[in-house]
Design a protein. Structure first.
Lengths: 365, 269, 302
């Protein structure tokens, strides 16, 4: 059976509210795919439609080419890992893991055998007969994964399963999840609002906003070549300069902004006079005026955050940046000067490191 | 609250009031119990004519009492059989319907609890008479169940509200059929509330008088027997029965309280 | 319906809706409707039902009020009984509230946990004892040669025994005793949820005890008071056994009148009409209390 998941013009409405709007997407077999977006963007609704807890208002969902319309969650080749894990408190660890097999009429000894195998896989062989409330957070996590793997699904669906863990454990579980996905070769569809999770684990990321997919691509493309102002500001930090496109040639556009004229790469052809936004990441800026051909901006310093390996300098953006401060991240190479708040600082950046996008909605700060 | 230890006049008054209140609450029961042991043919403690246990013997030999007791048991068990499944179903239905429908459905479901028992009895009697069904224990079961189901529904609902619905979804997602989800997940979760509901249903049925009065036809339950005895042919044998019922109640109440505290302690540990 | 099927599947959904429908339609709604319909018929022998004499009529309702003459201040028997029932049930409700409030306050907020638990147990036991037995206890106490008269004579408070069971006093005492705990538990539950800090704060600001109760405790306990009043009033107004045991023919209760019309007068339509009037009385009281205390149905059925 093939393991690809296809969303074909999928729309979900709740009364007047459209939670998911005309989403079309092919998730490849064996891929680790993440839906990334703020809460309320529709990502959970997509997951619930794929798992079968909701039927789309319009459009089709196909798994391995087969239309899933009218097929309940208990009949789909998917397994969902819930945000709260939803482990059964009235059963032991082994009973939890073997639950899906029990429902399929597998006999007791075969169930036990499979459960023990999976407990080995998740490195909890001693915990078979423990109660769920005797496990730690990370152990519960792994039991939930084992329980889903036990039914041998084609597609694993994960609904922010790491959000309840502390930071250290969360980072550890990222690696572990990724390893399990590689080993099993299953398609993983992962829902998260945490960009770190999405970028580190995924083969491809789909960034969602207001029920639509803004951009689909591998992590580096999402970060380096955002397709919309929303993606540019939701994923990572980005400085914004609002302005008007005055000229364009050879993939480089000239933009007139409140901070002066700027040049930046222009990924799509836009008419002159179009309202645009110029984005440049804080770590792509450097201190001091650059050689000719670089954009140079001089602004008063508003405050400085010393982070150890980096020094973050916030400059007064002087309007035209949607009320946001302008941030410059400098590596602490021992040569960062002491800035006086109020004093002027000059920074520069390469036009190739900056990006022009048509004006549009930004992510909330 | 006991930071100020100086007893004031108000505190003293409160203590007296508490004493008087609990005396008022419990003394009548004690009088009733004591009267069992008086040889007087009429149940009283004044004058005390001599101590006896003859009224227990009289009660034991009273065939009507045994008849009433067995009727009460039959009705009680039948009420459990009718009320528990419907009460559970009603609670699940209420939990599953949309918010607007829920408010309305809830109002209809609890209305029998606010309806006077005599009216439930009368309406049941009149309705089934139309269908050619006369009064009797069977009608008492129907009449009692019509409001006891609401009690069971409320008990099950209370537990259902704390149920984590993702457990249901997880089981479904792992391939369980809806019926399996109920049998393996929801039912085990609801079991304590269902058991408590069954006990409550039996108790409510056992001590019901108002509904039974109108629906019993010519049959007699224990409460009907007691009421008729008190009005005609009263002897301290009735007190003997009261004493036994009170003792059972106290054992149950204390046992329940101990169980509850143990569970609380276990939950706290 | 589709949401139900999605959650529970077809077999369980059908069982749920089916049984609930049987309960609500066959056991609750239809019987009530049939009773009301019955009350608009004249009382006819079975052979004449559906015949020319069987028409809808208000006679059974009018019967309650027929014979009222305000000029001579005379009232028919059934009407007097009805008014006595309203007045008596209201009085019992009020007495229960007054008697219970200090106890509930003490159990919920003042008594240390251990003592409060014992008190609650002492309240639970009589609560679970049958209404008939609790009434019977007072029947013994109030008897002409019973312990109350004996005690009062012995203490020299009375010089001849009183016939307690021949007036309304016995009925009111017995009813208050029988139903007071239905006021107690809602009150305790309501007062228990009050944040004690509020009381401390009020005390700290110099409020006297009665003001603390008037301004803080009672407003907070409103839902409990409402529930208690509703329970006690409905139980008292529809009690049959208490007036039957502790009353005399001169202190008949409306439920007794209904019973007499049903089983001694063999006039079911009249009985049904009176039953509907009693139901209307109770619903009116419930609505009034809910409006007055601004509480919803969900607060009441707990």
């Amino acid at each position: 059976m093939s393991r690809d998941v296809q969303l074909d013009h999928v729309t979900m409405r709740f009364g007047d509210f459209t939670a998911v709007s005309d989403v079309s997407l092919d998730i490849r077999a064996g891929e680790f795919f993440s839906f990334l977006g703020p809460s309320g963007c529709g990502k959970t609704t997509i997951l619930r439609m794929i798992s079968g807890f909701m039927e789309p208002s319009a459009g089709a969902i196909r798994i391995g080419g087969a239309d899933m319309a009218g097929i309940g969650p208990n009949k789909r080749p998917t397994a969902l890992i819930f945000q709260n894990l939803a482990l059964f408190p009235m059963m032991t660890v082994a009973e939890n893991i073997a639950f899906g097999l029990e429902m399929r009429g597998v006999d007791r000894s075969a169930r036990r055998k499979k459960a023990m195998e999976l407990l080995d896989l998740i490195a909890l062989p001693e915990s078979a007969d423990k109660r769920i409330d005797q496990l730690s957070g990370g152990q519960k996590q792994r039991v939930a994964i084992a329980r889903a793997l036990a039914v041998e699904p084609q597609v694993m669906l994960l609904d922010e399963p790491l959000s309840a863990l502390d930071l250290k454990l969360r980072q550890h579980m990222r690696t572990e999840l990724r390893a399990i996905q590689r080993r099993t070769g299953l398609t993983f569809i992962y829902i998260t609002h945490d960009q770190g999770e999405a970028l580190t684990m995924s083969d491809r990321v789909g960034v969602m906003s207001r029920g639509r997919i803004d951009q689909v691509g591998p992590s580096h493309a999402i970060y380096d070549a955002p397709a919309t102002p929303f993606v540019a500001t939701f994923v990572g930090e980005n400085n914004v300069f609002a302005g008007t496109l005055t000229d364009a040639a050879g993939g480089i556009g000239h933009v007139e902004t409140a901070a002066g004229p700027l040049r930046a790469s222009l990924p799509e052809a836009l008419p002159k006079g179009a309202p645009v936004l110029v984005f440049v990441r804080p770590e792509r800026m450097r201190l001091g005026p650059g050689p000719d051909g670089l954009n140079t901006v001089t602004r008063p310093v508003s405050h400085v955050d010393f982070e150890g390996n980096f020094v973050n300098v916030a400059l007064d953006s002087g309007g035209g940046a949607h009320g946001r401060a302008m941030l410059v991240q400098l590596p602490n190479d021992g040569r960062v000067p002491a800035f006086e708040p109020g004093s002027a600082a000059t920074v520069s950046f390469d036009p190739g490191q900056a990006r022009i996008l048509p004006a549009g909605e930004l992510a909330k700060e | 609250m006991a930071t100020l230890n100086r007893p004031t006049g108000a505190d003293l008054l409160m203590r007296v009031y508490l004493f008087v209140f609990f005396f008022y609450l419990l003394a009548p029961l004690a009088v009733m119990a004591l009267a069992t042991f008086n040889t007087s043919r009429f149940p009283t403690i004044t004058p005390w004519l001599g101590t006896t246990t003859q009224w227990f013997v009289a009660l034991w030999n009273d065939r009507q009492m045994w008849q009433g007791l067995s009727s009460s048991f039959i009705v009680g068990i039948a009420v459990i059989v009718v009320s528990v499944p419907i009460g559970v179903a009603a609670a699940m239905l209420l939990d599953g319907v949309h918010r607007k429908a829920r408010t309305f459905l809830y109002a209809v479901m609890v209305s029998p609890l606010l309806t006077p028992g005599v009216i439930i009895g009368i309406s049941t009697l009149v309705f089934w008479d139309r269908l050619g069904v006369k009064g009797g224990l069977h009608l008492a079961v129907i009449g009692q169940s019509s409001f006891i189901i609401a009690y069971v529904m409320l008990m099950v609902s209370a537990r259902l509200q704390r149920f984590d619905r993702t457990l249901e979804e997880a089981a479904l997602d792992l391939g369980a059929s809806h019926t399996q989800v109920f049998a393996k997940i929801l039912f085990p979760y609801l079991r304590p509330a269902i058991l408590a509901g069954a006990v409550l249903a039996f108790f409510q049925s056992f001590e019901n008088y108002n509904v039974t009065l109108f629906t019993r036809g010519t049959d007699t339950t224990l409460t009907v027997y007691i009421a008729s005895k008190v009005r005609t042919g009263l002897t301290p044998a009735v007190n003997a029965l009261a004493l036994i019922l009170i003792t059972i109640t106290i054992v149950f109440a204390v046992g329940y309280e101990i169980l509850r505290r143990n569970q609380k302690a276990k939950a706290a540990a | 319906m589709s949401a139900l099927v999605r959650r529970y599947g077809w077999p369980i959904t059908l069982f749920m809706t089916g049984t609930t429908a049987v309960w609500l339609v066959v056991m609750v709604i239809l019987p009530a409707l049939v009773m009301v319909e019955y009350s608009f018929h004249p009382n006819l022998p079975v052979t004449k039902r559906g015949g020319p004499e069987d028409y809808y009529t208000l006679t059974n309702y009018a019967a309650l009020f027929r014979g009222i003459d305000l000029t001579t201040w005379t009232f028919p028997n059934d009407f007097t009984v009805f008014i006595r029932t309203i007045w008596g049930a209201s009085l019992v409700t009020f007495l229960s509230l007054v008697v219970c409030y200090p106890i509930a306050w003490h159990v919920a907020k003042i008594a240390p946990p251990r003592r409060a638990a014992v008190m609650i147990l002492l309240l639970v036991i009589p609560f679970w004892i049958n209404e008939i037995l609790r009434t019977f206890a007072w029947y013994i106490i109030l008897a002409y040669q019973g312990p109350l008269n004996a005690a009062l004579l012995g203490l020299g408070i009375l010089d001849k025994p009183v016939r307690w069971l021949s007036g309304s006093g016995g009925v009111l005492i017995g009813m208050t005793y029988a139903f007071l705990l239905f006021m107690m538990f809602p009150l305790i539950n309501a007062i228990e949820t009050l944040d004690t800090n509020q009381v401390e704060a009020a005390k700290d600001l110099g409020a006297p005890t009665w003001q603390i109760h008037r301004r803080i405790v009672i407003p907070h306990a409103k839902p409990g008071i409402a529930v208690g009043c509703i329970m006690v009033f409905v139980l008292a107004a529809s009690s049959y056994i208490v007036p039957a045991l502790l009353g005399s023919p001169g202190t008949r209760w409306f439920t007794e009148t209904i019973y007499v019309w049903f089983f001694e007068g063999q006039d079911w339509p009249r009985g049904s009409a009176y039953a509907f009037i009693l139901l209307t009385l109770c619903i009116t009281f419930i609505m009034l209390v809910m409006r007055l205390f601004k509480v919803g149905l969900a607060d009441i059925a707990k």
